[in-house]
Ligand binder design. Structure first.
Ligand code: GDP
Length: 298
């Protein structure tokens, strides 16, 4: 995913190696190149600005001491700041004191929500939980069926509106799903919701109504890392319209530039919890900012 960005940054930082001392001019030149590399990778401009300003300040103020030469010191600073924009520490899921924990998924159509519901369910089972999925995407034909298929693959039950009862009301389905989870003693409920191809008021209202009705411990905003700068705008729209507590990046296996996805944490202030990198249920992991930073820096 971040191959191009990774190659660019590695070569910029490589140019510093072998220098015994870094002048302010060396640092300025390096920062200019890092800035271009980040912008070309689609990292949002305000994020790039803050990032570069921090690197510059720290690199110029760095004491040259200890085991690191000046170039290594800059690399260390870039790495630390990259971990910082990605969220620092890994953020764990919030679990309810009184189960079931409710996790609601929100995002545009095609972001990968339904697929993620299956991945999350499988992962939760691996963590010793007894999850249940609730199908509240009643907008897209076949979405309920798709959730039932991923549920079956993940080996978890799916609560869905009964066929023949019309389209149904997603808020009502969400409520009943959680009642059912409580009755059957599932400790985590993952609520899949409808997305649209673009942000619209009706979608936001429906997601907000579901959120208000089920009071989830987590609202996860699911975003396709391949949609470029739109990732930041969409994130902002969901943050304002629904509100979310965490982000899931999907399609990190794609070859797009991906930098916009790197900006989502910084722009919305909400942490990235999980990353999805393929169509199979196991193509999924907890998001580790430090590992992602190392991958980007090569
Ligand atoms: P939803 O509309 O948000 O529920 O999105 P879906 O779960 O239906 O996913 C849309 C498409 O993206 C499907 O074809 C999925 O197989 C695919 N998809 C989901 N997650 C990933 C991923 O991490 N990588 C890749 N390559 N494809 C994915």
């Amino acid at each position: 995913m971040f191959n191009t960005l990774s190659d660019r940054l590695t070569s910029v930082l490589q140019n510093l190696r072998g220098k015994g001392r870094l002048s302010d001019a060396d640092i300025d030149a390096t920062c200019r190149e890092i800035r271009v590399a980040l912008l070309e990778a689609d990292v949002a401009l305000p994020v790039v600005r803050t990032f570069i300003a921090k690197i510059k300040e720290r690199a110029k103020g760095a004491e040259v001491s200890g085991a690191l030469n000046p170039a290594q010191q800059v690399i260390k600073i870039v790495n630390e700041e990259l971990v910082g924009i990605l969220g620092g520490e890994t953020r764990r899921l919030n679990l309810a004191k009184n189960p079931p924990t409710v996790i609601m998924l929100a995002g545009l159509q095609g972001a990968g929500k339904t697929t993620l519901a299956g991945k999350l369910a499988k992962w939760l089972r691996g963590q010793g939980h007894t999850p249940m999925l609730v199908a509240c995407d009643l907008q897209r034909p076949n979405a309920v069926n798709q959730l039932q298929v991923v549920g079956e693959r993940a080996g978890v039950p799916v609560f869905a509106p009964e066929p023949g009862n019309g389209v149904g009301n997603p808020v009502d389905v969400a409520r009943r799903g959680i009642e059912e989870a409580r009755r059957a003693q599932h400790d985590v409920v993952v609520v899949d919701t409808a997305g649209r191809l673009g942000v619209d008021a009706e979608l936001m209202k429906q997601a907000k109504d579901i959120r208000d009705a089920v009071e989830p411990e987590e609202v996860l905003f699911v975003v396709d890392a391949m949609i470029g700068q739109d990732a930041v705008n969409t994130a902002q729209a969901f943050a304002d319209g629904v509100g979310f507590t965490g982000v899931v990046l999907t399609k990190l296996d794609g070859d797009a530039r991906g930098g916009a996805a790197l900006s989502v944490r910084e722009v919305t202030g909400q942490p990235i919890l999980f990353a999805s990198n393929g169509e199979k249920l196991e193509d999924f992991d907890v998001f580790h900012p430090d590992r992602m930073a190392s991958r980007i820096l090569g």
